[in-house]
Design a protein around this ligand. Structure first.
Ligand SMILES: [Zn+2]
Length: 205
């Protein structure tokens, strides 16, 4: 792609960094911005820069937050002794969209995957174990993607907390094994949460 302006070329290259965005789409976005009022592009770049600079991660559950503790953890109307364990932020958003869950979350930041070099230490597992102990959590629900890595992670965490007085469940498998949690439709995901089952029953299957 040939450009008559290096300023334009640089901007196109920045947009082309996004996953799934090729140079043609990047060019379309840049040309769109070029047609807008200058104040709109200034606001756009300032919003992105501020998001990156000021965003925080909740000290309790690792969710993104504007404050040290996120709005879910700070909400006294939610059941604070119920923790739903998920891989990432997109899973929190997917479960929140079902409006079927009123507990809290714990974002692991991934799942155990030795082939990808991800062990328990790279994940927020120790902070979860400490949190359950400290808060005397009543129930832990695993909502991890149904695949080998998800199961390995459940097994690992279950072993670490088996002596705590905490009920351990996992969402029902309305979701196909090997599927991705974030792609499940809201109805399936909501039902999976309602029909959760004890994790020892799940592991032995
Ligand atoms: Zn939180």
């Amino acid at each position: 792609m040939q450009f008559s302006s290096s300023l334009l070329e640089n901007a196109v290259n920045e947009f082309a960094r996004f996953p799934g965005i090729g140079k043609k789409t990047a060019l379309r976005m840049v040309l769109h911005l070029l047609k807008q009022d200058e104040s709109i592009t200034e606001n756009f770049s300032e919003t992105i820069a501020r998001m990156r600079r000021d965003i925080k991660f909740c000290q309790r559950c690792n969710n993104v937050s504007d404050a040290d503790i996120c709005s879910i953890c700070a909400n006294s109307l939610r059941n604070q002794s119920l923790i739903c364990v998920v891989e990432n932020l997109r899973d929190v958003i997917a479960i929140e969209n079902t409006q079927q869950f009123s507990g809290t979350y714990h974002i692991l930041g991934g799942v155990i995957s030795p082939l990808d070099g991800i062990g328990p230490d790279q994940l927020q597992i120790e902070s979860l174990v400490q949190r359950i102990q400290k808060e005397q959590t009543e129930e832990l629900i695993f909502a991890l993607s149904p695949n080998i890595q998800g199961d390995t992670t459940i097994y690992y965490i279950q072993k670490k907390i088996k002596d705590f007085n905490c009920r351990i469940t996992t969402i029902a498998r309305g979701i196909a094994f090997g599927g991705d949690l974030e792609y499940a439709d809201e109805l399936t995901l909501g039902r999976s949460l309602q029909n959760r089952m004890p994790v020892d029953k799940y592991i032995s299957h």
